[in-house]
Design a protein around this ligand. Structure first.
Ligand code: SF4
Length: 366
């Protein structure tokens, strides 16, 4: 059984992020871009990471994989990666050799801009075979070329395009090449950082459908980062919501959509129209995301929150476990007072949304 197939058998933890902290800069002027993040990615799962621009989503993902560039500094926490075999390894403490063994072959990353990620002066076939040459030493030239052709075919690009340069491909094709490269070594985990944001909606839809088919077939887990919560509701099993560097809520996609607990999640859900059901006024979220260099005291969301209370202005809420074991960083769920009806809806299907989602539990049928 391949490592990927083995990993896909049960929803076991693949990556456990605990107390991750990331700063930009040092000393009193340091900007705290990620604060005490806890996240678990299970095998075979699509975990969505949502939030507005600048909320720390990409910083968190880059820190997890040690791809963070200066002035970003990891100041605390642990990223425990459960390898297919052997003991778990803390990626933040691992040596460069261990990281090289993990990157690409076990954890790969697809970035937003394929035009910038691909080498513009090399045909895409060469870039694909380079990956295989570096990571699969026993593979001869003909086998590498054949594998590169099959990878292109897997993402819907004819093998005849192996000799095309990136500028000869459309934006959608370039992003497909990036996905093929990410899957070349059959990783357990693919981190996708806004992979379709630069594409038109039709191409975006096509690529996402192909991607989800590949995930079903190959069994890899996905950490999907986007500002588009409506997209995550469609494709993710579980969703974590970030605001100003903090994870403020996490639940199965269905539970988060049907019964949000955090006012910020509720605001995001009211920022896009529902395709079905009665027409509703979109209310959105007033104001703008905070400047991380000058965060408000107390709950960082309080200047924009319609439910703000006195204590919110001075006290920062921890992740509180409310009704149905749902977790949200909001004082409304500390059990001392009434919770507004729109933030206390019943769990769909009685799911235990505070716990990590079982693979496939929250997926919508498109
Ligand atoms: Fe709103 Fe207060 Fe909850 Fe923050 S803690 S989200 S300000 S109600």
């Amino acid at each position: 059984m391949s490592a990927v197939a083995e990993a896909a058998v049960v929803g076991r933890p693949l990556i456990e992020v605990r107390g991750l902290r990331v700063d930009y800069g040092i000393g009193p002027d340091a900007v705290h871009a990620v604060v005490d993040a806890d996240l678990t990615l299970l095998s075979g799962q699509v975990l969505g990471l949502a939030g507005e621009s600048g909320s720390g989503k990409s910083t968190l993902a880059h820190a997890m994989t040690r791809l963070l560039r200066p002035p970003g500094i990891i100041t605390g926490g642990e990223v425990r990666y459960h390898r297919p075999r052997g003991q778990p390894v803390d990626l933040l403490a691992a040596g460069e050799e261990d990281m090289r063994a993990v990157r690409w072959s076990q954890i790969s990353v697809v970035l937003q801009s394929a035009m910038h990620a691909l080498n513009p002066v090399l045909p895409v076939g060469v870039q694909l075979t380079d990956v295989l040459r570096a990571h699969v030493p026993g593979m001869d030239r003909a086998a590498r070329r054949a594998r590169a052709a099959s990878l292109l075919d897997m993402v819907g690009i004819p093998a005849g395009r192996l000799d095309s340069y990136p500028h000869q491909l459309s934006g959608g094709m370039r992003q497909r090449v990036m996905i093929a490269m990410a899957l070349a070594l059959e990783p357990q985990i693919v981190i996708m950082d806004e992979p379709t944001t630069a594409l038109d909606v039709v191409t975006q839809r096509e690529i996402l459908e192909e991607l989800m088919e590949l995930r079903e077939r190959l069994g890899f887990a996905v950490l999907f980062i986007t500002h588009d919560l409506s997209l995550l509701v469609e494709i993710a099993d579980s969703i974590a919501v970030m605001y100003a560097g903090r994870l403020v809520e996490q639940a199965t996609a269905e539970a988060l959509y049907q019964a949000p607990r955090h006012p910020y999640t509720l605001g995001l859900l009211h920022s896009f129209p529902a395709l079905h059901g009665p027409r509703k006024q979109m209310t959105g979220i007033p104001g703008s995301p905070p400047d991380l260099r000058a965060l408000p005291d107390g709950c960082v969301f309080h200047p924009r929150c319609p439910y703000v209370m006195d204590r919110c202005v001075t006290q920062s809420p921890p992740l509180l476990v409310g009704a149905g074991r749902r977790v949200a960083a909001c004082w409304l769920h500390d059990g001392t007072g009434p919770v507004p009806a729109e933030l206390a809806k019943a769990e769909p299907g009685g799911s235990q949304a505070g716990a990590p989602a079982a693979a496939g539990a929250g997926r919508k049928q498109s």
